[in-house]
Ligand binder design. Structure first.
Ligand code: BGC
Length: 617
């Protein structure tokens, strides 16, 4: 089915107060159509999308159009600046949000931008974007779902759709219209700091999980109870950089690029994804942001993508090194097919520089028109001209019980049981005391990972939720559960020990581990003490990817890969105590040792556990 078949031909929904306001402004400024009383076609919700967009474009100056192509970080442009330059979009980069960090404050912030944008001669609403990559994760108190690697382990496309749908509700409650998710990267080297943003190492898993697009957008953009624009990212090959270096170079031939990395994008486009974000990485030395072949010929041409191609954050400025963009870089990116440029600053210079490039004939006006047409089409399809403000009626659902129950279900479904000697698991809810140890046992921040409240995430009580320890206590109310982080005192009538160890939060390149992913000193010490105690030992690894356990696993009776389960640690306990049987399967190869990376299905290597592996009871 061609992508365009998915695009909404919207019918009006609900009242349209803006129509009157916008038309009044237009008529007052003389910019509206001549016929008194007739609203301009672009404000007419009964008109076809294309007609509305063409009508609006006919009223726009070149500067109006160039402004639409900017997506500016909120810290660099307040509502007045966005209105002054008629900017098309605003974003909150990881951790960038209002103070206090409450859902209501987010809605207020969003509405302030939207009001300013509407209060301009043409009254074009903005699109506001965030990375709600595992729930509305910048917002304190929002539900935090497992990161994609865990959802890939769960292997259930319908679960992913439901998780995305719940996320869209929380996002829309705060007004936000655009989500920079799902990441449909195919991770080929787990040393990469973004491995946990991937659903898996083979194209089949990320392709199947593009049901997230349906969850975020609804049956069509603007349809459904809440609908936010989805973004398939990062185009193309971000998970295959040399040595797993974030933003690095992908050295594969076109056949492999197409076979391994293109399928999830093809599937996302088939589902009508409204935007695609370009990758910081390069393909055989050419920056994706400058790659006209990949963006225009393959994505827009061959795949028929008719939505918005957005750059990564200052990705255009990084084409030739630094971070600040030059006019030449703008020309390269826009001519390559970039429709919107995500910027940390410099929106005013963007407009003047690109206007200069157009005047000099280096960027065709037709290319600008194509970009703006795509952006305005999304705005019309979203219903933003009719319903531009935050969906405050949905605010009670942010972090609400129903969504937390879903996050718990998703966490349980993502657990992968890798070893279970002697049937130590499931633990009986009743019986002798249990010793719980490990730095990740009682830490909402660690179990949530990066992209939680802040870009990098953090340890401790950074948001609301249930730690794994709290989940264990609730699952075994009649059992004495002793938490001893470092397992300093293992003498006691314990029937077993549960060690919850693994990684601490990171995001993007900060998580690159060129030397391999290994247990840290604290974990090793804790695990050694537990092994020496002789207690039956369950090890739960909370991490964004496989960790090298080769030297230790022999001393453990049971091993569970918990990934980054999110705010609902009770889901992990559900599996430990058998309320939910483990059904997760490895979405990636679990290497025999840190040195074995990269290791992927079909490469002739023999990992410790192959993709698809997972025990149950
Ligand atoms: C990341 C993107 C993200 C963007 C906006 C970049 O650093 O690569 O995945 O969408 O920031 O926060």
């Amino acid at each position: 089915m061609p992508a365009s078949a998915h695009r909404a031909r919207r019918r009006p929904r609900g009242a349209a107060p803006l129509l009157a306001a916008g038309a009044a402004i237009l008529f007052a400024t003389g910019l509206g159509p001549a016929q008194a009383g007739a609203p301009p076609a672009y404000l007419d919700p009964r008109a076809e999308t294309d007609r509305r967009v063409e009508d609006l474009m006919a009223r726009m100056s070149l500067e109006d159009k160039l402004g639409q192509m900017v997506q500016i970080e909120r810290a660099a442009a307040d509502p007045a600046a966005v209105a002054e330059h008629r900017l098309g979009s605003v974003l909150s980069a990881g951790g960038s949000g209002p103070e206090p960090n409450t859902p209501e404050a987010w809605a207020d912030m969003y509405d302030a931008y939207q009001r300013a944008a509407l209060d301009t001669p043409l009254g074009i609403p903005i699109l506001y974007g965030v990375d709600a990559v595992h729930g509305h994760n910048n917002v304190h108190g929002a539900t935090i779902f497992p990161h994609n690697i865990g959802l890939g382990a769960a292997g259930d496309p319908e679960l992913v759709r439901r998780v995305a749908e719940a996320t869209a509700v929380e996002v829309a409650a705060t007004g936000i219209d655009w989500n920079f998710a799902p990441c449909v990267c195919v991770v080929r080297d787990d040393r990469w700091g973004r491995s946990y943003e991937s659903f898996g190492e083979t194209p089949a898993l990320p392709s199947a999980m593009t049901t997230a697009v349906d969850g975020y957008q609804g049956a069509r953009l603007g349809g459904g109870a809440a609908s936010v624009m989805a973004t398939a990212k990062h185009y193309l090959g971000d998970g295959a950089t040399e040595d797993g270096t974030d933003r690095g170079d992908v050295r594969v031939d076109e056949e492999e690029l197409r076979a391994v990395h293109l399928p999830p994008f093809r599937e996302a486009v088939r589902r009508g994804v409204a935007s695609v974000m370009v990758s910081y990485s390069s393909w055989n030395g050419v920056k994706a942001h400058a790659d006209r072949y990949l963006i225009t010929d393959v994505l827009k041409g061959e795949l028929g993508f008719d939505g918005v191609v957005v750059s990564d954050f200052d990705g255009v400025g990084r084409i030739s090194g630094g971070r600040d963009f030059t006019a030449e870089e703008l020309t390269t990116a826009v001519n390559a097919g970039m429709d919107m440029v995500m910027l940390s600053k410099g929106h005013d210079r963007f407009v003047t520089d690109l206007a200069g490039e157009v005047a000099a004939g280096r960027v065709p006006v037709a290319r600008i028109d194509d970009a703006v047409r795509r952006i305005l089409t999304a705005k019309v399809d979203m219903g933003l001209f009719e319903a531009p403000f935050a969906r405050r009626d949905l605010l009670p659902e942010v972090g609400g019980e129903e969504h937390r129950a879903l996050a718990r279900e998703a966490a349980a479904a993502s657990q992968v049981l890798l070893k279970n000697d002697g049937g130590l698991l499931p633990l009986a809810p009743g019986g002798g005391p249990l010793l719980v140890a490990g730095k990740n046992a009682d830490d909402i921040g660690n179990q949530s990972g990066g992209w939680t409240i802040t870009w990098q995430g953090g340890s401790g009580d950074i948001t609301e939720g249930t730690s794994i320890l709290e989940g264990i206590r609730a699952a075994a109310p009649d059992t004495e559960v002793v938490y001893d982080r470092h397992a300093e005192d293992t003498d006691g009538p314990y029937r077993a020990a549960v060690a919850v160890v693994g990684e601490t939060p990171y995001a993007e390149g900060y998580g690159d581990r060129p030397e391999g992913v290994v247990l840290d000193e604290e974990d090793t010490a804790t695990l050694t003490r537990l092994a020496e105690s002789g207690l039956p030992l369950v090890v739960v690894v909370v991490s964004g990817r496989p960790v090298d356990v080769a030297d230790h696993i022999g001393a453990w009776d049971a091993l569970v890969a918990a990934w980054l389960p999110g705010s609902e640690g009770a889901g992990v306990a559900d599996v430990l105590f058998g309320a939910v049987p483990p059904t997760g399967r490895l979405p990636v190869s679990w290497p025999r040792s840190a040195e074995q990376q990269p290791v992927n299905e079909g490469d002739g290597q023999s990992p410790l556990f192959a993709p698809g592996f997972g025990l149950t009871y």
